[in-house]
Design a protein around this ligand. Sequence first.
Ligand SMILES: Cc1ncc(COP(=O)(O)O)c(C=O)c1O
Length: 368
Amino acid sequence: MRISLFRFSLAPYRAELLTAIERVLASGRYVLGPEVEAFEREFAQAVGARHCVGVANGTEALMLALRALGVGPEDEVIVPSFTFYATAEAVAAIGARPVFCDVDPQTFCVTPETVKPRLGLRTRAIVAVHLFGYPAPIEELRAFGLPIVEDAAQAAGAARGGRRAGALGDIAAFSFFPSKNLPCLGDGGAVTSDDPVLAERVRLLRHHGSRDKETFEAIGLNSRLDALQAAVLRVLLPHLEEWTQRRRAAADHYRRAQLERWLALPVEPPDGRHVYHLFVTRHRHRESLARALSERGIEARSYYARPIHCQPAMRSFAPTYALPGTEEVAATNLALPIGPDLTANEVAEVVDAIAAAFSDAPSRPSVR
Ligand SMILES: Cc1ncc(COP(=O)(O)O)c(C=O)c1O
């Protein structure tokens, strides 16, 4: 592929990364320790949350956030079905029941209207996903009076109402998987919260439920952030803002090309900032369009075509009601190349290929 879906390379940061890795090697501290503590302080500040706890990955960040809130067996947690599988898996993995809600096809996110019909006597929390980098309307969900967990795995740097993703709900989970907006060089994650009690609980649970390795107060996990990943994250975090601006500039190039002549484009939040982890359009004949782009060396792909409520592992949680917004976006979404390294010329090439696919429509009747 000449233009890949993720246009993001860490090559320019190689020297800085090697220096940080050498520092960890010299220190002999590989799990938690001063690098992790320094990253936790720096990331909390970047997010605007009082506390950050570094953990092993985004999935366990969600599990630990839910456990810290006291969610457990018999409890129901409202989650969207249109998201990465781990959002609902984390709920089931701690013995609770995921209750699937719909999403707004415009934003790909939950709204008060999609959450409300799923509330019940056993509802203990709502997980709102900032999907593809769009900040979900957390403030509006507060009216339900339930704890809100942000799944901010795809949304480092996003904001709404003057606050950053990770500081909008009661507690938030981040992933630093290498494809994310803030990546590390393997698996990594974090939990952020303003609440010292919740943060302390996550700190305890990420380390086998122990403060001192002598006394074990709770059944926890081994879910610690490695010092190497924390050192890498400390090098990359200062670049997040610039990368976000470059992602947004690339999205702007797509918009200025008036792609909406052919496709439904991602929307911007009313009072906030989309960080375009992915630039996800919608079209009912997306497969033919993806094929036409692929013939021109441009990668485009759909996400979550089989939503979570239809996955075999979720059979026992399958809803009896329909999720029309989820079904619509699962069937129509198509992500176009995006990333800090996507140039205006590359955007022009993608736009040109899309225009050609639609002007060839008589020979490709399924595109229209
Ligand atoms: C929305 C969402 N939630 C949770 C996760 C899980 O994160 P991780 O892969 O770090 O476990 C991911 C990413 O993979 C994700 O995209």
